[in-house]
Ligand binder design. Structure first.
Ligand code: DSN
Length: 439
């Protein structure tokens, strides 16, 4: 066995023999992984179905069209969106939107990192901030001490800053939120809305979270999502856009890319497609597209994850076990930034604890997490004051309610030195060995 295969075996063993509480990871079905390794990877196909620059694309054309159709079937009940399945991951999907509609120095309004946003939402350290003017909106503290995005203050910022683009979507935000009101408001001011639903797309598909796919001004103009989190597919992304030019956007027609005949595009999805190819990308990764198709079939119930639990029940299991985990962490002495309403919980650590040290200690007993900042966090980005947990991955392995409760207790026993690391590691091992493993 060469080094690469040895390392792969080690990584498989690491994943099997740990409890993964990283809210953005998951275990896709073996069929998803099989398709990633299939011969689709051998084929070039710049362009789109029926319009490629190489011969031999009869099967890739069928594949890409099929996956586009399944993506729309899962997410868009309105018939108002088109889809591009070629973006390689969440960051490039967001960047394609920037390149489609923004001009140098345009103002972009996005969620602050500490309030749950993401670096690729044009955080000030993002390379894209060299070309545009990023501004952030934030969370406010409620009387009960919890935090939530201040949508009223955001509206005032829209009026004052007149951004070209508003990004709505979060990586570390435990609350549910709604899209229609803020989309409607932004559109009144000729602002494009990008909803980045990378984290919550599985919940949206299961009908357990509000959706940005709405008709008219109530809907986001662009929706980006990764495919490897709650939707349980391969690492990858899907990018949707309106299949027409909204009225408010007609003032921007001259800045959208032209179509292949040099004419103005007639939809936002056409503009996205032209920006991606020929504007930015080379050949699509068809193995990824095939694997995305597989996870969509599993969402639709046209194929099954190996536990044969339907996707809605799986998503409900995530929400329930995550809430139980949060309650257990709270009982053990941690404070939620906001009571969780979704697939992740964000907990404040005691002031005198170092999150990096705790993350390492948890890893030593077999629990994989990530440290995280939160609104008004006084610590540094590298050693922030909080930790983020989520149960999407362990729900795929059949995590029970009792185990979710136990894991919360183990974590807080470790943080507050209530039990020996050896005893806690043994408890972790017993849980992990009782869980399903599909590979
Ligand atoms: N890096 C991902 C996360 O952990 O939330 C977001 O893309």
């Amino acid at each position: 066995m060469n080094y690469l295969f040895e390392l792969t075996a080690k990584e498989k063993s690491r994943q099997k023999n740990t409890l993964n509480l990283i809210a953005s990871e998951n275990y896709p079905s073996p069929k998803v992984l099989q398709l990633l390794g299939e011969i689709w990877s051998n084929k070039y196909g710049e362009g789109y179905p029926s319009k490629r620059y190489y011969a031999g694309n009869q099967n890739t054309d069928l594949l890409e069209s099929f996956v586009q159709q399944k993506a729309l079937q899962v997410f868009d009940k309105t018939g108002s969106y088109g889809v591009n399945v070629q973006t390689l991951s969440g960051s490039p999907a967001n960047q394609i939107v920037f390149l489609t509609i923004l001009q140098p120095n345009d103002v972009v309004l996005s969620p602050q990192l500490a309030s749950g946003g993401h670096l690729t939402h044009m955080h000030t350290v993002s390379s894209f901030s060299k070309f545009f003017q990023p501004h952030q909106y934030t969370a406010k503290q409620n009387e009960d001490g919890s935090f939530e995005i201040d949508f009223e203050a955001l509206k005032e910022q829209i009026v004052k800053l007149k951004p070209k683009l508003l990004i709505v979507g979060f990586s570390a935000y435990p609350k549910k939120y709604e899209f229609a009101e803020i989309c409607r408001f932004a559109h009144q001011y000729n602002v494009f809305v990008l909803a980045d639903v990378a984290h919550i797309n599985g919940l949206i598909a299961a009908g357990l979270h509000d959706s940005p796919f709405k008709e008219g001004d109530d809907g986001a103009d662009f929706v980006s999502m990764t495919t490897h989190k709650t939707i349980r597919g391969p690492r990858g992304a899907i990018l949707f856009a309106k299949n027409y030019i909204p009225d408010f956007a007609k003032v921007y027609l001259d800045i959208l890319p032209l179509d292949a005949k040099g004419q103005p595009v007639t939809s936002l999805i056409e503009a996205v497609n032209r920006t991606l190819f020929p504007g930015g990308y080379g050949g699509p990764h068809f193995n990824k597209i095939a694997a995305i198709g597989q996870c969509l079939l599993e969402v639709l119930g046209e194929d099954q994850y190996p536990d044969e639990i339907d996707f809605v029940t799986y998503s409900q299991n995530i929400l329930r076990t995550n809430k139980i985990l949060e309650q257990s962490l709270q009982k053990g002495g941690l404070v939620p930034v906001s009571p969780t309403e979704n697939h992740l919980c964000l907990m404040k650590l005691p002031e005198n604890k170092d999150s990096l040290e705790i993350q390492k200690k948890l890893e030593e007993i077999g629990i994989i997490t990530n440290r995280n900042t939160f609104p008004n966090d006084t610590k540094t980005a590298y050693r922030p004051g909080g930790m983020r947990f989520g149960t999407a991955a362990l729900a795929s392995r059949g995590l029970s309610d009792q185990q979710a409760e136990q894991i919360g207790r183990i974590i807080t026993d470790l943080i507050f030195d209530r039990k020996s690391k050896d005893d806690l590691a043994k408890e972790v091992r017993d849980i992990e060995q009782s869980l399903n493993w599909w590979y």
